[in-house]
Ligand binder design. Structure first.
Ligand code: ADP
Ligand code: MG
Length: 222
């Protein structure tokens, strides 16, 4: 699913260069569930954004679902992301004026009106226990419930790969654990690959494998 070889992201700031992320070798196979750890500022979010095609690597190779992202234009990467990737952010990024069903449907970047899309949104929301909150807006939901909506939105397109950046945020550990269990169960049932950034060892322990970004940095050939 993911093959990364000597990838770096460098930002230029005046005369200085900031290495935001570097990865020597990383391979993640289909259906694997991987926790990504590393100290703050080590480049976890940047790596996730490179895998998502949001950030283009400055050098090296990032292959996702058989496509070389470093060779694709921004619009190609946007289309690629819509077709293959579901994202869950720490802040959820739910839109306030829209209710739960509408927020989930906003994730359906293409074929939003395709037959079955709304039914799938309702089914997902019901599966995560929000069958009686379909028409609540984000402000009318608890943090854990908003996070469930964000997970449904990430899954609506049936993405092969789910990327989550510290999705458990600051909520209480018990709720966070429940929601993570749910995400991993849904991903397993539907055969998705999951890469999740977390700083919570207990959450990482629920995943099949933990990758420490610090271990990947040292291998980069300069
Ligand atoms: P993490 O998610 O592990 O905390 P990030 O990937 O957000 O780390 O950032 C890694 C490093 O790259 C940080 O030092 C950060 O300041 C820097 N960085 C991230 N994005 C940018 C940017 N757009 N411009 C300049 N520096 C950046
Ligand atoms: Mg981060």
């Amino acid at each position: 699913m993911i093959e990364i070889h000597n990838a770096r992201k460098v930002y230029r700031q005046g005369d200085d260069e900031v290495v935001a992320c570097q990865v020597g070798e990383l391979t993640i196979v289909d259906r694997e569930q991987v926790a990504l750890i590393g100290r703050s500022g080590s480049g976890k979010s940047t790596l996730l954004n490179m895998i998502a095609g949001i950030v283009r690597p400055s050098s090296g190779s990032v292959r996702v679902a058989g496509r070389e992202l470093s060779e694709m234009s921004e619009s190609e990467r946007d289309r690629f992301r819509g077709e293959h990737i579901g994202m869950v952010f720490q802040t959820f990024n739910l839109l306030q004026p829209f209710n739960a069903v509408e927020n989930v449907l906003l994730g359906a970047t293409f074929g939003r009106k395709a037959p079955g899309t709304r039914e799938r949104a309702l089914e997902l929301l019901t599966t995560v226990g929000l069958g009686d909150r379909l028409h609540h807006r984000p402000g009318q939901l608890s943090v854990g419930q908003m996070q469930r909506v964000a997970i449904c939105r990430a899954l609506i397109n049936q993405p092969a790969l789910i990327l989550a950046d510290e999705p458990l945020g600051n909520q209480d550990p018990e709720t966070g654990r429940e929601v993570l269990d749910l995400l991993l169960r849904l991903a397993r049932e539907e055969g998705r690959t999951v890469v999740m950034v977390t700083h919570d060892p207990a959450s990482a322990a629920l995943m099949e494998r933990t990758v420490d970004l610090m271990d990947l940095q040292s291998e980069v050939a300069s």
